[in-house]
Design a protein around this ligand. Structure first.
Ligand SMILES: NC(=O)c1ccc[n+]([C@@H]2O[C@H](COP(=O)([O-])OP(=O)(O)OC[C@H]3O[C@@H](n4cnc5c(N)ncnc54)[C@H](O)[C@@H]3O)[C@@H](O)[C@H]2O)c1
Length: 243
């Protein structure tokens, strides 16, 4: 077996959404450290402004990449939001916002990157979640959006497998990670510190994941080391979905 080398993304052009966030920023740093060219995008605080729900933004960003680089080798669709709420509590506006960013945004990312990726083959990594694999009574919109991302991933993978060279597409499914998303969830609880401890206790390994651990999995999936992996949902969850 080949070893994973630090330059395993040498000269690969990789587009990352949600790049100002915990996972996205870690992926950007990892791509650069692995010798690749990372194009960071987010609503603000990135190389390029890209609202993942906007078709016009996607068209502009992809046209810019085509002009500057002439190709694209990988995409990490990391933009996402969470909203706590059961079907009883969640209002329709919030439902639509979560579906729009998490699911429509990933659809548009796959759709608009695909023509560029087709030319030389490539790898798409979609950020799903353990919440795309198992349900939670108060995560109606998030569950639906991430479940959608996981099955969308399989559809894209099967289409991409027909391309020569192939375009691979995989979903990574983290459990709670250290960072602003989980901090915000905890803040909605009466006892935020207790809520953080409860979330860690739910994980068999007894701690939250680190954005850098998720980024390392994304880098592997972007690299040619994972050339035979496509259409998967890969939990990175400290054992949460093992029980
Ligand atoms: N943090 C976790 O515990 C966790 C667990 C499982 C899955 N995930 C998923 O991983 C991904 C990354 O999460 P994170 O922890 O980095 O979250 P984060 O909140 O740190 O970052 C998310 C980023 O997405 C950006 N974003 C929001 N709406 C956008 C839009 N319309 N267009 C473009 N960008 C937009 C935000 O500006 C932010 O920078 C998300 O899809 C999330 O659902 C996170």
């Amino acid at each position: 077996m080949k070893e994973t080398r630090v330059d395993s993304l040498k000269d690969k052009i990789i587009l990352v959404t949600g790049a100002a966030g915990a996972v996205g920023a870690s992926v950007i740093a990892g791509v650069r450290a692995a010798g690749g060219v990372a194009i960071s995008t987010d609503l603000k605080g990135a190389d390029m402004t890209l609202d993942v729900t906007s078709e016009a933004d996607w068209q502009r960003v992809v046209a810019d990449i085509r002009q500057r680089h002439g190709r694209l080798d990988g995409v990490v669709n990391a933009a996402g939001i969470v909203a706590i709420g059961s079907i009883e509590k969640l209002d329709f506006t919030t439902w639509r916002r979560v579906l729009s960013i998490n699911l429509d945004g990933t659809f548009l990312g796959c759709k608009y990157a695909f023509p560029l990726l087709k030319e030389r083959g490539g790898s798409i990594v979609n950020l799903s979640s353990v919440s795309g694999l198992v349900g939670g009574h108060n995560l109606a919109a998030y569950n639906a959006s991430k479940g959608g991302v996981s099955l969308l991933t399989k559809s894209v993978a099967l289409l991409g497998a027909r391309n020569k060279p192939p375009i691979r597409c995989n979903a990574v499914c983290p459990a709670f990670l250290e960072g602003p998303m989980v901090d915000d969830i905890a803040k909605t609880a009466r006892d935020p510190q207790g809520a953080m401890e409860k979330m860690s206790a739910e994980i068999p390994l007894g701690r939250m994941g680190k954005p850098s651990e998720v980024a390392a999995l994304c880098l592997y999936l972007l690299s040619d080391q994972s050339a035979f992996i496509t259409g998967t949902d890969l939990p990175i969850d400290g054992g949460l979905t093992a029980r």
